[in-house]
Design a protein around this ligand. Sequence first.
Ligand SMILES: Nc1ncnc2c1ncn2[C@@H]1O[C@H](COP(=O)(O)OP(=O)(O)OP(=O)(O)O)[C@@H](O)[C@H]1O
Ligand SMILES: [Mg+2]
Length: 266
Amino acid sequence: MGATAGRGRAKAALALALGLALLRLLRTFSSLIDYENVTKTYPNGTTALNGVTLSIAEAEFVFVVGASGSGKTTMLKLLLKEEEATGGRVLINGLDLAAIGHKGIPYLRRNIGIVFQDFRLLKRKTVYENVAFAMEVVGAPTKDIRRHVPWALSLVGLSKKADMYPSELSGGEQQRAALARAIINNPPILVADEPTGNLDPDASMEIMKLLREINGIGATVVVATHERHIVDSMRMRVVEIDAGEIVRDQLKGHYRNEISDDPLYI
Ligand SMILES: Nc1ncnc2c1ncn2[C@@H]1O[C@H](COP(=O)(O)OP(=O)(O)OP(=O)(O)O)[C@@H](O)[C@H]1O
Ligand SMILES: [Mg+2]
């Protein structure tokens, strides 16, 4: 009797261990963002994306590069559900974005921090207020706001400029403020559309390093960019899009293909 119970327990423990191992394995292979054969044709007939298939794992850092008009912004807009795919599926954490109704969109966007080329700070609010406002709109308690905003501002090196207005800051500082605002609610995903397009080379490098740091603390970061030198120096995953199609997907890639010796993996 005792021996039977012991065998039962051993079997249960084995089943549990196997189950946990399987879960771990699935997690290793599962992706956070999936584009599955995605097509986007705008109402005027322009096809911006044509059969895009791409998986991005949790905590990855991806540069999306390609000529003007190749479809980078469209890819990012689909993630935010600012635009809808006209073919295929876009999934986040396995959830098909087509299944998210109007009511679910604010929740989706709460999980994605966004940084734009033109900063988009509120002119009449100080740096502190701009960042705090992003917490206020999601109903964060005041005590959390008082604690988190200084943390985010120190992360981007703006503690001393907290009381200044955007017009009193340099472009790089404004983008750092926008970055603090984008991450203040701890979104698992951070999307940046040409975040350094209006900045000089030094400020651009600083912003990209900050994006990388934020990635280092767990965020999945997707950056559309034309910054050839920075992409070449950072050697992160590079996805190149040309006329709406992915033509290159490379780990530790360069801005252009020809100078890379890494094997392609598509
Ligand atoms: N709202 C829209 N309606 C119609 N066509 C659009 C719309 N938005 C983008 N397009 C077209 O879709 C294609 C892809 O545009 P998209 O903005 O995604 O390119 P991009 O790679 O971000 O370019 P850039 O580097 O200039 O920002 C282009 O041909 C563009 O003209
Ligand atoms: Mg664009």
